[in-house]
Design a binder for this molecule. Structure first.
Ligand code: NAP
Length: 321
């Protein structure tokens, strides 16, 4: 996603700024919240986080967001969300929050560019990929180990790649990687896939995709770059060495909610919200994958973001007139 429209903020601001509504995160939930809040004339400020557009912006093609019968690029959709919110007065800032104080209003948020105080807060900090935590994985990240096919697939032109996982992400990204790789071999720990039927059919029928069942990765092997993976069949215990140039890992996500621990009620790391996106603190709302362990779709995240902004608007009308 381009960041041409992002407002630069001068570092070392000292006096805390005050805003009516602050939104943390710039994925579909954050930008949909920004659109609704901007149209309610709340002049929302969006702190983008390190991934402008969120995880959706890393997706090559989104085929299940209504209104785009031919599909739409993830980054392009994020750009459109952003432009639409900005048209009504939202301000998207390339900045990251690292600490919050939700004990009283205005809420205090420490960001890389200084402190911001906000009368209401919408948290849409999303989720990050889970790692396998096996030897070699961390050392070879960026040297053949990746968590984003859309971002890194190009580097594997005519190379052999391995994909790990059996969900929608693994299949969608695996299919994307067939554009580049000479072969895409998917390792799954069970003998049936979790992904939706359409993706399963497409992947299972793809001539470049191969499936190795009941098998996990035990190690990523290589010095300066990935050379192979050591695998283990979970039924027989048999270990093998499988030569590959790239390892793409899609084994789920964990919500980015650490900075809210102890301040908001959580469940398994996800921020607890009611059906109006209220968190356990009045005036603080959460939407998207930070609060949704179940649906995790662009459209459901955007819907939650819109709902959070509507509720925040009512809250601010009640509290501040
Ligand atoms: P997911 O559905 O949680 O799937 C994770 C996969 O990784 C599962 O197959 C799981 O195996 C496997 N796994 C987990 N831990 C593992 C480990 N330590 N070693 C080996 N394998 C491991 O995650 P996701 O695919 O990222 O999808 C997340 C959500 O986003 C889902 O709700 C999905 O529907 C949605 N999504 C939708 C689309 C789309 O609609 N186009 C695209 C991407 C994601 P088991 O199956 O054995 O548990």
């Amino acid at each position: 996603m381009s960041n041409l429209n992002v407002v630069p903020v001068s570092p070392h601001e000292t006096a805390p700024r005050h805003v009516k509504l602050l939104i943390l995160g710039s994925g579909p939930a954050g930008l949909a919240a920004a659109l609704y809040a901007a149209r309610a004339e709340l002049a929302p400020v969006v702190i983008s986080g390190t991934e402008l557009g969120g995880q959706a912006a890393l997706t090559f093609s989104i085929e299940n967001y209504p209104g785009f019968p031919e599909g739409v690029g993830g980054a392009e959709l994020g750009d459109l969300f952003q432009k639409q919110a900005e048209r009504f007065g939202a301000q998207v800032e390339f900045d990251s929050a690292y600490n919050v104080d939700l004990s009283k209003r205005p809420f205090k948020v420490a960001t890389d560019n200084g402190e911001i105080q906000a009368d209401a807060l919408i948290i849409t900090t999303g989720a990050s990929p889970i790692h396998l935590n096996i030897p070699g994985e961390q050392e070879l990240t960026g040297k053949g180990v990746s968590y984003c096919g859309t971002c890194d697939g190009w580097f594997f032109k005519d190379k052999r790649v391995v994909v790990v996982g059996g969900g929608d992400s693994a299949l969608e990204e695996g299919l994307f990687l067939t554009r580049y790789g000479s072969s895409v071999t998917l390792f799954h720990r069970r003998d049936s896939l979790r992904a939706g039927a359409v993706l399963q059919k497409r992947a299972l029928e793809h001539p470049k995709m191969k499936f190795i069942w009941n098998t996990v990765l035990a190690e990523v092997v290589g010095n300066e770059k990935v050379e192979a993976v050591r695998t283990k069949n979970v039924q027989t215990g048999e270990e093998s060495l499988f030569h590959t140039d790239g390892v793409f890992i899609f084994v789920g996500h964990t919500p980015n909610t650490k900075m809210f621990e102890g301040q908001l009620e959580m469940e398994n790391g996800y921020i607890k919200v009611d059906d109006h996106m209220n968190t356990s603190v009045a005036g603080v709302y959460a939407a998207g994958e930070a609060a949704d362990p179940h649906f995790r779709q662009v459209i459901t995240s955007a819907g939650m973001g819109a709902a959070a902004a509507i509720e925040a608007t009512h809250f601010l009308e009640r509290e501040t007139g």
